[in-house]
Structures are given as C-alpha cells and as structure tokens.
Design a protein around this ligand. Structure first.
Ligand SMILES: C[S@@+](CC[C@H](N)C(=O)[O-])C[C@H]1O[C@@H](n2cnc3c(N)ncnc32)[C@H](O)[C@@H]1O
Length: 189
C-alpha cells in the first residue's frame, strides 16, 4: 500500500466530504476535464485504465470513448461514488486498489493519471513506470495541478519523475494545470 499517512489523509478528506475537490460543480474542474479529453483524443480505446479515479467524474466523460474502461482508486468511499457515477455502463469496471502495488492484470492502450501522480513517492512512480513499460501501453496522459500540494511532490516534480523513466512526448500548459503525454517504449510482457 502507499504510505499510511497518505491513505489516512485521503480517507479523512473523503470522510469530510463526498466530493473533496468539488469535481461535480467546479467550473475549473469542468474546464480541466474538457482539456483533458481534448488531449486524450476521440479514441476509441480498446481498454483504458484510469488510476486514481476519485468519484468518477472524469471517468464517466471518458467512458464513451472506450470499448472497455477500468478505473481504480485506493479509497473505498471514492470507489463507491465512482461505481454510482458509471452505473449502467457495462463496459466499465471500478476496482479498489492502490498504484503501483495493486495494479490489475490488464494491457491498456490508454492510461489516464489525472491529479494522482503527486500522491506517489519517486520510488512508487518508478515502479508505476516499470509496470507501464511491461504492459506495453499505447499512451499515458498525466494531468497535474501546478500549484503547491500537501504532498512530498508537486505536480511538476511528479511529472519530472515519470519522465526519468518514460519518454515525455508532449506538454500542454494551462492556467493552474498541465497535461503531459508519454509514449512508453514497448515492453516485452
Ligand atoms: C484529486 S483526485 C482525482 C480524481 C480524478 N482522477 C479526477 O481527475 O477527477 C485523486 C484521487 O487519487 C486517489 N489516489 C491517490 N493515490 C492513489 C494511489 N496510489 N492509487 C490509487 N488511487 C490513488 C485518491 O484517493 C483520489 O481519489
């Protein structure tokens, strides 16, 4: 599992609110989702994986572009909310689990990391990159707030960590956030 203090912090946030980052109502989040989907492209993706899906607001917008979508989050309350957000979508599955320790046995052609990388340590980001490389995934899109975080890493530092292990091919900068695309080398797995 990730560091206990990170899990405790995330559990506390979800105990205090069913939408800790105002994903459902914030115009800023809506604009970020629009830009994210623009960067992801129309698909269709054979099998997309969203790591750290939160309450599923971005995932439910991504779902129509995917033949199959797996979402995961390490906090049970987030997973319950995400399952409600995508209820009735038979091609979508929501898993309880932490990256990189509990990644599912899938070979996605898109991995979406939206506002999740800075919760990981540099060594967890390295393990995540190794998993992505062996999975032979098509593309990785990372979205990160560029302001200060309460975590060890900022969004920009977390992107730099991932870029030490995977080729960074594109960066789009916006007010308050950035979207980066990585095109992993094909692994042997
Ligand atoms: C800020 S929310 C982003 C939610 C969603 N991706 C979005 O952009 O709307 C970050 C989510 O990542 C989850 N998370 C943090 N670290 C994680 C990890 N190591 N594995 C899985 N989920 C994680 C948190 O529980 C939280 O729900």
């Amino acid at each position: 599992m990730p560091r206990p203090e990170v899990i405790a912090h995330l559990n506390r946030l979800y105990d205090d609110s069913d939408d800790p980052w105002d994903h459902r109502a914030s115009p800023y989040e809506a604009e970020k989702y629009r830009r994210t989907l623009e960067a992801v492209g129309p698909g269709p993706f054979a099998h997309a994986l969203e790591i750290g899906c939160g309450i599923g607001e971005l995932s439910r917008r991504l779902a129509p572009r995917c033949r199959r979508l797996t979402m995961m989050d390490c906090i049970p309350k987030a997973v319950r909310a995400a399952r409600t957000a995508v209820a009735g979508l038979d091609h979508v599955e929501v898993l309880l689990g932490a990256a990189p320790q509990e990644l599912p046995p899938v070979r996605p052609d898109l991995i979406l990391l939206s506002e999740v990388l800075y919760f990981l340590t540099p060594s967890e980001i390295e393990s995540l990159a190794a998993w992505i490389t062996q999975a032979g995934t098509g593309t990785v899109v990372a979205v990160n707030w560029t302001g200060p975080t309460d975590e060890e890493l900022t969004g920009t530092a977390a992107v730099a960590e991932l870029a030490r292990h995977l080729p960074l091919t594109e960066t789009r900068s916006f007010a308050g956030f950035r979207i980066d695309r990585f095109a992993p080398r094909t692994g042997s797995g």
